[in-house]
Design a protein around this ligand. Structure first.
Ligand code: GLU
Length: 445
């Protein structure tokens, strides 16, 4: 019998929209944790909500994970697993851990208001537990269909040692018995998730801290289904740079970053470390990030996501990217030598086009009147120097001797005439790429 890997994680998005930066982070951490342990990382599509789940979002989730190179070792779709849920649900009916309730939303809302008015916690009062068989028969004869609640065991506190938050404790008596199935038979998220985590042998559930109270209820569901629970790591949420979870953050998806010229490696480098005690570093290779990844390094304070920081990391990663990694995104003709010359000046790979245009020309330039003679001298000398070795050094050396100019007065007019700009890639690397004919023509103006 083959033994199971020691770590199996899952990323479980609901395909009701694009992945945003927060769930990309969750996916990444699940992936890293599995990779670090040599375990398995699964994609679970939580599409029990037939109305809100869309196939186009499933496709986009897959595409986004592929773009980020977060490869998964298996995939499960909740909408294809209803038979399993049905079977496990029947066990919970048999053991009395789920029960039928009939209250409408309005009724529940009213009861909550009354409870709050009396200073009581607004939890479900379990009125349905008192219904007799005759009551059920009457309600159903009236055409009222029941929804189902999971019956929390109030016998003992619910406790777990969260890998990020440390020891957690909930008193089940202060919690509502969660609704697990709607009157139309459809499933809410809580129970299918537990059934799947059991069936897929999930060892670690890594998700946002907005799920902490769900975990308390779900721990009792694992128990009710006779399974040992996985370990849990609940991550502090991401906030925008302004300190709170902004609407904009929720809409920042992989497509937004891709369009802005952000490399997937930059997103990975930032999100691997954001909110941890380790520094964020522009590492293009994920291996060292995986190596140092550990839930113990995560803090409990919300982590701030700053697009400006991402852009900086991106630039520093672009400076490291080899030609082969970007060749298919460069203008035709831009070869390895040109890439290496241009790369240190880029914020994005797409920015290479601009420098390629500077190399290929035409370049617009209006020389300062006082540089006119200097540039004519430069053009003349450019015809005589050896272009095969280091033409920039040869040209500026000869010009210095001939005109007495040095420093900025020597270099800037040349750079302007040759590139049409005041700054840019190192001229020593750029000039051979511009080449003799174009350079002479540009110096002549
Ligand atoms: N579909 C749930 C969500 O997106 C999954 C939560 C979980 O990881 O269990 O919030």
């Amino acid at each position: 019998m083959s033994s199971l890997p020691s770590v199996i994680t899952r990323f479980a998005p609901s395909p009701t929209g694009r992945l945003h930066i927060g769930n990309i982070r969750t996916a990444l951490h699940n992936w890293m944790w599995a990779r670090k342990a040599g375990g398995r990382f699964l994609l679970r599509i939580d599409d029990t909500d037939a109305e809100r789940s869309k196939e186009e979002h499933v496709a986009a989730i897959r595409a986004d994970l592929a773009w980020l190179s977060l490869t998964f070792d298996g995939e499960a779709r909740q909408s294809q697993r209803f038979d399993l849920y049905e079977r496990r649900f029947a066990e919970l009916i048999a053991s009395g851990r789920v029960y039928r309730a009939y209250e409408s939303q309005q009724e529940l809302e009213l009861r909550r208001k009354v409870q709050l008015g009396r200073g009581l916690p607004p939890i479900y009062d379990r009125a349905a537990l008192a219904l007799t068989d005759a009551d059920h028969a009457r309600l159903e004869a009236d055409g009222i269909k029941p929804h189902w609640r999971f019956k929390l065991d109030h016998g003992a506190p619910i406790e777990w040692n969260d890998l990020i938050r440390g020891p957690q404790r909930f008193d089940p008596a202060t919690m509502s018995d969660p609704v697990v199935r709607r009157a139309d038979g459809s499933w809410l998220y809580l129970l299918p998730s537990v059934i799947d985590d059991i069936d897929l042998n999930i060892t670690h559930v890594v998700r946002g801290e907005d799920h902490v109270s769900n975990t308390a209820a779900q721990l009792q569901m694992f128990d009710a289904l006779g399974a040992a629970p996985p370990a849990f790591a609940h991550e502090a949420l991401l906030t925008g740079s302004e300190g709170k979870l902004s609407k904009r953050m929720g809409s920042l998806g992989a497509d937004h970053f891709r369009d802005a010229g952000i490399e997937p490696q930059a997103i990975v480098a930032l999100l691997a470390r954001l909110g941890t005690s380790d520094p964020v570093e522009p590492v293009a290779d994920v291996a060292p990030l995986i190596e140092s990844f550990d839930f113990a390094r995560f803090g409990r304070a919300p982590a701030r996501f700053d697009e400006g920081e991402l852009a900086q990391i991106n630039a520093r990663i672009v400076h490291q990217l080899p030609f082969d990694a970007v060749a298919d995104r460069l203008p035709s003709g831009l070869d390895a030598a040109a890439w290496e010359a241009i790369r240190p000046n880029l914020e994005t790979v797409a920015g290479a086009s601009l420098w390629w245009q500077v190399i290929e020309g035409p370049v617009a330039h209006n020389p300062e009147p006082e540089d006119g003679d200097f540039l004519i001298a430069a053009a003349t000398l450019a015809e005589t120097i050896d272009w095969s070795a280091d033409p920039w050094r040869a040209l500026t050396g000869a010009l210095k001797d001939a005109t007495g100019r040095k420093g900025r007065a020597l270099f800037l007019p040349l750079r302007r005439a040759l590139t049409g700009r005041d700054s840019g890639p190192d001229m020593a690397t750029l000039l051979p790429l511009i080449g003799r004919e174009r350079a002479i023509a540009r110096l002549r103006g």
